[in-house]
Ligand binder design. Structure first.
Ligand SMILES: [Cu+2]
Length: 117
């Protein structure tokens, strides 16, 4: 009787322990095109704790992406692709900005990054 009380929770605990952890596979890849003077898309939403790779392609001159809150920077040579891998560990709204001076609209280039739970 006392033992019976424990069987269900114990079985459940064993099942949960055996289940594969939600620890993920490959990082999510997000393609971002860059032109003078914008990112496309201009806004992305990430999940806190989920690894991502931003696949940055510049369609004209050298640009880049700096996300200062996360201490990240990646330059992209014109016509080429570069990858920026990271895992956001804070929720909030952050700004990615162009990391390489590319002309008069350089400072207005903003990639809005939402990180949600
Ligand atoms: Cu720029």
């Amino acid at each position: 009787m006392k033992l019976q009380k424990w069987i269900a929770p114990l079985a459940l605990a064993i099942i949960l322990a055996a289940a594969p952890v939600g620890r993920s596979q490959e990082p999510r890849r997000i393609e971002i095109g860059i032109n003078r003077f914008s990112y496309s898309p201009s806004e992305i939403t990430l999940k806190k704790g989920e690894p991502v790779v931003l696949v940055l392609t510049s369609h004209d001159v050298t640009h880049g992406l700096t996300i200062s809150e996360f201490g990240l920077r990646k330059d992209v040579v014109g016509g080429q692709t570069a990858e920026l891998a990271f895992t956001p560990m804070r929720t909030g709204t952050f700004e990615g900005r162009c990391s390489y001076f590319c002309g008069p609209g350089h400072t207005s280039m903003i990639l809005k990054i939402n990180v949600v739970d």
